[in-house]
Design a protein around this ligand. Structure first.
Ligand code: ADP
Ligand code: ADP
Length: 235
C-alpha cells in the first residue's frame, strides 16, 4: 500500500534528516520505526503524508505520489496522523475535536459556517466509543488526562476513515501505564479495524511487545528492517 523509494530530505539548516530511504508497507501491517531522538523518524512520517516535502525519490501511497501536490488533500484523508503532543484543541469538547478533524477533509465550505449533519455526529460518537471515551464526549478536552487526550487524537484520526494511521511517538508524553493502554488500543485498532499502522517509538521494549515489524532508523538511514521475533537487543 505504501512504497517509498530513494527518499532524501535535507532541511534548510543543511541537516540531512533522511538518506536514501526505501520502505514498503503492506495493508494490515503494524510496523514500528525505532530510533533515537534525531534519527529521522518524525521527518519520515511527515514526508509520507506530505507535511514535509521530499527533495528526491518518491513516496507512493495507494498508487498516488506525494509529489502530486494537488492530490494531497485526498492523500491526507486516507492517512490519519497521531502526534506526541496530541494536537487537539483543549478548550473544545471531545466530540467537537473529533468532528473538526473530519470536517477538515469534507468540504470546501469553511467549517465555522457549517452545521454538523446528524450522520457526522453519529460517526464521531461511534469513534469516541471505539476509544472508550463514550462517557466523556461532551467534556472539555483540557479536563482529561494525557492518556485520555491521546484517545481523542486517535478518535479524530479514526473519524477520517483512514487506510493508514501514522503515529509520531504517540506515547512519549505519557506515563508507563497510560503508554501501555494506548499501545493496546492501537493494537486493537490495527487488528479489528484493519487499519495499517506505522508508528515511531524510541522504546525498544514497547516496539518489541506491540510491533509486528521493526524498522530501525539511525542518522537518517534504515539500519534494519525485520519481523519482531527476529530482532535482538544488539540491533
Ligand atoms: P522555514 O525556513 O521553512 O521557516 P525552518 O528551518 O525555520 O523552516 O523551521 C521550520 C520549523 O521547524 C520551525 O518550527 C522550527 O522551529 C523547526 N525546526 C528548525 N530546526 C529544527 C531542528 N533542528 N529540529 C527540529 N525542529 C526544527
Ligand atoms: P526523530 O523523529 O527521530 O527524533 P527528526 O525527524 O525529528 O528525528 O529529526 C531528524 C533530524 O532533522 C534531526 O537532526 C533534527 O534536528 C532535524 N530536523 C527536524 N526537523 C527539522 C526542521 N524543521 N528544520 C531543521 N532541522 C530539522
Amino acid at each position: 500500500m505504501l512504497h517509498a523509494k530513494g527518499v532524501n530530505k535535507t532541511y534548510k539548516n543543511k541537516v540531512q534528516a533522511l538518506k536514501n530511504i526505501d520502505l514498503d508497507l503492506c495493508k494490515g501491517e503494524f510496523a514500528v520505526l525505532l530510533g533515537l531522538s534525531g534519527a529521522g523518524k518524525s521527518t519520515l512520517l511527515r514526508c509520507i503524508n506530505g507535511l514535509v516535502p521530499i527533495d528526491s525519490g518518491d513516496i507512493i501511497f495507494e498508487n498516488q505520489s506525494v509529489l502530486e501536490r494537488n492530490k494531497l488533500t485526498r492523500l491526507r484523508k486516507d492517512i490519519g496522523m497521531i502526534f506526541q503532543q496530541f494536537n487537539i484543541i483543549k478548550r473544545l469538547s471531545v466530540l467537537e475535536n473529533v468532528l473538526c478533524g473530519r470536517l477538515a477533509y469534507n468540504s470546501s465550505i469553511p467549517s465555522s459556517l457549517r452545521l454538523f449533519p446528524k450522520e457526522e455526529v453519529e460517526w464521531a460518537l461511534t469513534c469516541i466509543e471505539k476509544v472508550g471515551l463514550e462517557d466523556k464526549a461532551l467534556t472539555r478536552s483540557d479536563q482529561l488526562s494525557g492518556g485520555q487526550q491521546q484517545r481523542v487524537g486517535i478518535a479524530r484520526a479514526l473519524a477520517q476513515k483512514p487506510k493508514l494511521i501514522l503515529a509520531d511517538e504517540p506515547v512519549a508524553s505519557l506515563d508507563p501505564y497510560s503508554s501501555e493502554e494506548i499501545m493496546e488500543l492501537l493494537h486493537k485498532i490495527n487488528a479489528l479495524e484493519n487499519i495499517t499502522l506505522l508508528m515511531s517509538l524510541h522504546q525498544v521494549d514497547l516496539a518489541k511487545k506491540y510491533g509486528k515489524r521493526i524498522i530501525g532508523l539511525k542518522g537518517g538511514h534504515i539500519v534494519f528492517d525485520q519481523l519482531t521475533p527476529e530482532v535482538t537487543r544488539d540491533d
